[in-house]
Design a protein around this ligand. Sequence first.
Ligand code: ACO
Ligand code: ACO
Length: 157
Amino acid sequence: MVKLDNNFKIQKITKITPKHYQLFLSADPSRSIVDSYLNRAYKFELVHNDTLLGVLLMIDTHPQTVEIVNIAVDETVQNQGLGEKIIRFALDWAEKGHYQTIEIGTGSTSFAQLYLYQKCGFRVVNIDRNFFVDNYADPIIENKLVLKDMIRLKKAI
Ligand code: ACO
Ligand code: ACO
């Protein structure tokens, strides 16, 4: 694990590189699904001394509602608070943009992600049964389980 100082920033992505894609695909293994939201997404990156360490993609879903559709931190620097910092940035950005609701969805087997999102104030609102069976070509195994259902969470801004 690489230890970090506080010398990082979150900024708009101006050019998508293969490293960005690697991070997008760590959060969402389907390249075609990533491509389906990439063009219309608000795109941000977390960099530390010019090294790309994290990504954040958000899209408009309903009136005054934005969804975090992709968030990822480089695996060498996970569990040091960067994911939480990216989420706090998203909440702040949404508040400044006068959104009323922010949404996020994750796998029912994504225990660490479910912990983090609830720690940041998101509440479970819905379950998309078989979302990962119906929308992904290959089975996804996570935490020794076959991922089938998506948990949807929301937070009022
Ligand atoms: N069960 C419960 N909690 C756990 C577990 C676990 N198995 N593993 C880690 N945690 C906790 C850590 O202790 C930490 O909590 P703490 O700060 O209270 O101690 C927390 O989870 C992680 O918080 P951060 O360090 O802020 O987050 P991190 O920088 O690791 O980023 C992220 C989190 C983005 C989910 C990262 O792990 C990642 O990129 N994962 C791979 C991609 C991914 O799954 N992205 C999300 C998919 S859903 C979507 O994109 C909409
Ligand atoms: N995240 C993910 N997996 C975990 C975690 C964690 N934080 N902690 C433990 N596990 C895994 C273990 O590794 C193990 O999995 P594995 O066998 O694949 O390695 C599994 O969880 C636990 O399985 P068992 O050993 O079979 O279960 P255990 O004998 O520990 O009993 C129980 C589970 C009944 C939930 C026990 O922990 C308990 O009594 N907890 C307190 C009471 C409780 O919460 N009861 C359930 C409330 S809901 C209800 O009653 C309807």
